[in-house]
Ligand binder design. Structure first.
Ligand SMILES: CC(C)(COP(=O)(O)OP(=O)(O)OC[C@H]1O[C@@H](n2cnc3c(N)ncnc32)[C@H](O)[C@@H]1OP(=O)(O)O)[C@@H](O)C(=O)NCCC(=O)NCCS
Length: 146
């Protein structure tokens, strides 16, 4: 059900991105991630209806960063986001990453609950990080060796 994303998946993933985020990444940025960015590793969650969730990771030296994670609205609350994040953490450990971090809107308690469940802790605040409404980002991180 979870596999590595390919160029053929970009349009379906982009539709999920657009539905999930107020300032979505462009189609081209996903093509770049898949075809050119040597640090990027993208996962998709697929069922009989097609792709219903995805997660992106950058693996840089010893630190993994989640770029985006989203699930189609009608498929939320079923454990798909958690499964994607657990697989991302497994991939990062396999690539010898020591930590994983991400930014999340301070108001996005649903996502924060998911990350906390997986052992992520609060780091700093990035003031005015989100350009659409000037909202702050909470940095969350986990030690992958613990
Ligand atoms: C965040 C997101 C990826 C979670 O995916 P999901 O498949 O719905 O989440 P799961 O069903 O795997 O839930 C895992 C955990 O998340 C938390 N969670 C999920 N839905 C929640 C809700 N409605 N209220 C509170 N916590 C919730 C819980 O901790 C849950 O664990 P539990 O079931 O043991 O309580 C999904 O809500 C989403 O796509 N949101 C829009 C995009 C987004 O905000 N992405 C994160 C950007 S940083």
């Amino acid at each position: 059900m979870i596999r590595q994303m390919t160029t053929q998946d970009v349009e379906a993933v982009h539709r999920i991105e657009v539905a999930a985020f107020p300032t979505p990444w462009t189609l081209d940025s996903f093509y770049y991630e898949i075809n050119e960015n040597q640090f990027a590793h993208y996962l998709v969650y697929e069922d009989h209806t097609g792709i219903i969730g995805f997660c992106g990771i950058w693996l840089v030296i010893d630190a993994a960063q989640i770029t985006n994670v989203a699930v189609l609205e009608q498929a939320r609350g079923l454990g798909i986001g958690e499964a994607l994040m657990r697989e991302a953490m497994r991939v990062a450990r396999e690539a010898n990453m020591d930590t994983m971090s991400l930014e999340v809107r301070v108001t996005n308690t649903v996502a924060q609950n998911l990350y906390r469940k997986l052992g992520f802790k609060n780091g700093g605040i990035r003031k005015g990080y989100y350009t659409d409404n000037g909202e702050d980002a909470l940095v969350m991180w986990v030690n992958l060796n613990e």
